[in-house]
Design a protein around this ligand. Structure first.
Ligand SMILES: [Zn+2]
Ligand SMILES: [Zn+2]
Ligand SMILES: [Zn+2]
Length: 469
């Protein structure tokens, strides 16, 4: 087996480590040594610190840390089912030999070779980007289905062991996030089960009861309903019972043969608290956590899925949602990166100055509502992008060059176009964008645009500023 460098994360500096490994504390996770190492091993002797370290790794801003393959080392911590499922591999060997088997090493190789892990995109911090981090994680483990585990230890009754580490608190937010990503077609879900969650506190632990329609008590009993053919009397079985035989309480006749003398058409219920007799009890649920009673149909009914990355999700994991817009623009228009665009502007400026007969303009449109829109759109996201890109394709000419700055600012060079003409193009684009937003979302695009003529007053710094703002 190849000697692979791994870091054994432990608070114990005397921890024995196999060849190819090195002991490392949680504080050292920010160092280059940690970034360069092939995988991490959690000290299995200390469950609590293993959990803490795993959370620290998964919440780290650097992709090379938070996507790092993690192995749970030998020790008592392996008895924790959820922790064992939260890591990429569980070490089967003792501390003096290499912590992983060849098959496990293959799995680790796969993770390390993924585009998500290899990419050099700037670290993205913050809770608002958690969806992207989750996508990258699932994408970097694309052969592994994220299967929920049923557990009484979590409020929601199910655990997604690998994904939970990304959330500060274990609550319903993970469900909402996964549902959102599935609705956006970024994740594919395989049906596992249905689950009821308390509408007040999200708890999965609900007591389903049948209750009295009159006094709401659950203290009810059921009996068979007996119908005497001859006199038509119908009542609970207990009213007919006299010793070992059945006697009609109305006509006093004995009931011998079912189907001949009588039948039992249904059940009848009675309340031990208020003595009310009724045909249909009322189902209700009581939450074990918050104690509130709610009709079952008013509780949150969720579908539990096992998740995998979709093809679209794998793309978004690499570029982010907004960058997909850029990608589509690139496929359909004459697109340049920012530096190339600036060089073209410099050339255009000198051309306009030299010949003094032609005019060109730069158009800047910032669709400020784009990021919010994509969160709302769900499964319609891709169609929405395409409509937006079409608005540009239809309004611009083949000779126009564009670039995208930041998340949502499209900057276009309109050659041989005077200010008046550029304003017309801007107006048409803004109208189209507004229309697309209204049609799909009924929210304003908050798009802002301006026209900058290319002349000797055009200051490249100023343009750079408007590009970056
Ligand atoms: Zn009652
Ligand atoms: Zn009778
Ligand atoms: Zn509750």
């Amino acid at each position: 087996m190849a000697v692979t460098s791994f870091l054994l994360l432990s608070q114990n500096p005397d921890k024995i480590v196999a060849d190819g490994g090195e002991v490392c504390t949680i504080e050292e996770l920010d160092t280059q040594k940690a970034i360069d190492s092939y995988f991490f091993v959690l000290d299995g002797d200390d469950k609590d610190s293993a959990i803490e370290m795993l959370r620290f790794i998964r919440s780290h801003p650097n992709t090379k840390i938070y996507l790092k393959p993690v192995v749970l080392g030998a020790g008592v911590a392996q008895q924790d089912t959820i922790l064992s499922a939260a890591v990429d591999a569980v070490s089967h060997t003792n501390e003096t030999s290499f912590p992983i088997s060849e098959e496990q090493e293959e799995l680790i190789n796969k993770i390390v070779a993924t585009q998500s892990y290899q990419q050099k995109i700037t670290s993205i911090l913050g809770q608002q980007q958690i969806s992207l981090r989750i996508l990258r994680f699932i994408s970097s483990r694309k052969h592994i289905e994220q299967v929920p585990i049923m557990t009484p230890e979590l409020l929601t009754g199910h655990s997604y062991p690998m994904l939970e580490q990304f959330f500060d608190s274990v609550d319903e937010s993970i469900w909402k996030m996964l549902e959102l990503l599935k609705n956006q077609h970024l994740l594919e879900g395989r049906f596992i089960s249905k689950a009821y969650h308390c509408t007040h506190c999200e708890s999965a632990f609900l007591n389903f009861m049948e209750t009295c329609p009159d006094c709401k008590s659950a203290n009810i009993k059921s009996d068979e309903l007996v119908h005497h053919f001859r006199c038509g009397h119908a009542a609970a079985m207990q009213d007919f019972r006299t010793g070992d035989i059945l006697v009609c309480p109305k006509c006093q006749q004995g009931l011998k043969h079912i189907g001949v003398d009588y039948d039992k058409p249904s059940l009848v219920f009675s309340c031990n608290d208020c003595q009310h007799v009724f045909a249909e009890p009322v189902p209700t649920t009581k939450c074990y956590r918050c104690g509130r009673r709610t009709n079952p149909e008013d509780q949150i009914q969720r579908t539990v899925y096992a998740y995998k990355i979709s093809a679209l999700g794998a793309n978004v994991a690499l570029f982010g949602q907004e960058q997909l817009f850029t990608k589509l623009l690139k496929e359909n228009l004459d697109f340049m990166d920012n530096a190339g665009f600036q060089r073209v502007i410099v050339l255009e400026k000198s051309r306009v100055e030299r010949y003094a007969i032609s005019t060109s303009c730069v158009l800047v449109i910032d669709i400020k509502g784009l990021a919010d829109a994509l969160v709302e759109l769900g499964e319609r996201g891709l169609g929405f992008y395409k409509d937006l890109v079409n608005a540009f394709v239809e309004t611009l000419r083949k000779s126009d060059i564009l670039t995208v700055v930041g998340r949502s600012a499209v900057t276009i060079l309109l050659t041989e176009t005077n200010e008046e003409g550029a304003h017309l193009v801007l107006e048409r684009l803004m109208e189209n964008i507004e229309h697309i937003f209204e049609q799909s979302l009924s929210i304003p695009s908050n798009a802002m645009g301006k026209v900058i003529p290319v002349n000797n007053e055009l200051n490249m710094n100023q343009l750079a500023l408007s590009l970056s703002s």
